[in-house]
Design a protein around this ligand. Structure first.
Ligand code: C5P
Length: 218
């Protein structure tokens, strides 16, 4: 049987950094489910489809094929065969993903792919509803969070390092809005699973969080 670690939490809590490290150190694969929602969002943006236009979204989903490939241990997302891993990392795509991921038809589209990856591999899977919905039987569940200020500061620094022009207050507003949307949607809202371990990373280093999760897994 495969060993599954589910990591859920709000935007900018450090889930992907932590999940990547933990999976590498345990020789598990890392599954970034946010990237799959972002790939669908990218398709909607490119085709000027509004998430409110449900008929068009449903039609689009029939035209979309999402696949995952690992290159040198890194997850790449393919949208109809095209590697869109770079294109999905913008705030615009993140905000669209937050809106479109609230639609049941969008979540339905990705459920099977995510569950199959976890059935066939030892995984560290991160997202919003992994412990609550996708992998309710995961052997270890983590709810990873940090204060809004900490998360906004981290994202601000990340964007500056990439050379992207950005505004701290705007990032904070975006994060608050995304938290609200993710926590208050009707289907699979972001919340801590009853059996998840709560970890606030505001005052912890990456190493400390990684060690904590590894020791819980053991
Ligand atoms: O984690 P990331 O910022 O890449 O996710 C983008 C958006 O995709 C989130 O704001 C959330 O709305 C959605 N998402 C989700 N369920 C997941 C992963 C991501 O609804 N399992």
């Amino acid at each position: 049987m495969s060993y599954n670690i589910a990591i859920d939490g709000p935007a900018g809590a450090g889930k992907s950094t932590i999940a990547k490290r933990v999976s590498a150190e345990l020789s598990f694969i890392y599954v970034d489910t946010g990237a799959m929602y972002r790939a669908i969002a990218l398709y909607l943006l490119k085709n000027a489809i509004q998430p409110e236009d449900l008929d068009s979204v449903k039609y689009a989903l029939g035209e979309i094929e999402i696949a995952i490939r690992y290159v040198g241990g890194e997850q790449h997302v393919l949208l109809n065969g095209e590697d869109v891993s770079g294109q999905i990392r913008t705030e615009e795509v993140g905000n669209m993903a937050s809106k479109s991921s609230a639609l049941p038809c969008v979540r339905e589209k990705l459920l099977e792919l995510q569950q199959k990856l976890a059935r066939e591999n030892d995984v560290v899977m991160d997202g919003r509803d992994i412990g609550t919905n996708i992998l309710p039987d995961a052997q270890l569940k983590i709810y990873l969070t940090a204060s809004v200020d900490t998360r906004a500061n981290r994202r601000y620094k990340e964007l500056l390092e990439k050379g992207t022009d950005c505004d701290l207050e705007e990032i904070k507003k975006d994060i608050e809005q995304r938290d609200y949307q993710d926590m208050h949607r009707e289907v699979a809202p972001l919340r801590q699973a009853a059996d998840a371990v709560y970890l606030d990373s505001s005052d912890l280093t990456i190493d400390q969080v990684v060690e904590k999760i590894k020791s819980l897994a053991k």
